[in-house]
Design a protein around this ligand. Sequence first.
Ligand code: GTR
Length: 419
Amino acid sequence: MKKKRLTYWKTLPITGLCLLLSLTLAQAQEPNDANYDESKVPQFTLPELLKCNNGQEIMTAEQWENIRRPELMTLFTEQMFGKMPTDKVDISYNKLDDNHSAINGSATRKQIEITFSHNGIEHKALLLMYLPNQIKTPVAMFFGCNFQGNQSINDDSDIIASFNSKAERGSAKSRWPIEKIIDAGYGIATVWYFDFFPDQNDGQNNSILTLFGKNNADELAADEGQAIAAWSWGVCRVMDYFETDTQINAKKIILLGHSRLGKTALWAGAQDQRFAIVISNESGCGGAALSKRAYGETVNRINTAFPHWFCKNFRQYNRNEKALPFDQHELIGLIAPRPVYVASALGDQWSDPRGEFLSAYYAGDVYKLYGYKGLESDIMPAIEKPEQNRVAYHIRSGKHDVTDFDWDNYIKFANKWLK
Ligand code: GTR
């Protein structure tokens, strides 16, 4: 997109000038002012993952777990994603479907209505799962939220449409290759993310935050979480469900997410160490990409376009990434020592592939404390040449999406660490 040229400004009266000024300001917040030029990436120093706030150097995994990890958790919670209420909520599961002849007889389809109740308020989410019939022991599962509604992930006419979702059946099926996943011996589980927090500015009053009496964004404290915190909370509650289902191996859950749901997967995976593997597919700004590079989407742009995603404290870093006391390599470090996969697409410069790669690379310092190998070097792997150690990375050609290439590699990575 090119900036519109306003060449006739000299003829404009004062009111017109004001209008022009506000238009220019508005344009400055649009993607077309994003930097895609590597030479214009600002000079920055990354906060050191293994150096504590008081300057202490972290030398062992134990020090990491007891000192530095909690410090970083606090920073990310209070300055970026926001706190969630910790009250215990009543949860019940209602099995709506358990059919052994799904996907041409190769899978069992299960659909569970999860009801959260607290303070006299109820909130529901709908979980859809396919489990491979060939596996007779508790199965390892891929799990990720979907963007449009459960019925969008496959043409299967027995998928119950997510509440309030108007998405067409199968409209997102290219992103959910169920047959491939089932053939590889994994289950697949998904929930529509709107079930936890509708992804819109006023989504909060229909979100799980209402269970805690938090109906309105204006009333939230600066360190209280909004949508990404709520989506992550929901993801962790689904993990609670997995632990109750004897057909599922809750110790082998691979949490994945694309884009905003990749940001969600990283934050949920950092907080909840029950997830065995975490995969970030093109999570970009606020996800895997280093904020201080300000390449593609920036902190200012994301907080302006999506004021309901992060906590209000994060806005103090708008156009001020320099002041950030943390960066996203530390979010990935919080997943250690569990395997983590960061993936980018060449056609998705908005998500800053190089910034995503560098985050994954620098996170390797924590993995080393546990004797694991992160990424070999700070030179990006070639297109479609994945590097898979305990930290994995690939960049593929094509646009912002989830493709078969991505899935083939996620399955390979899961086989490597879970089989
Ligand atoms: C974009 C947003 C990104 C990413 C993406 C998505 O509009 O700027 O941060 O989250 O949406 O979720 O598809």
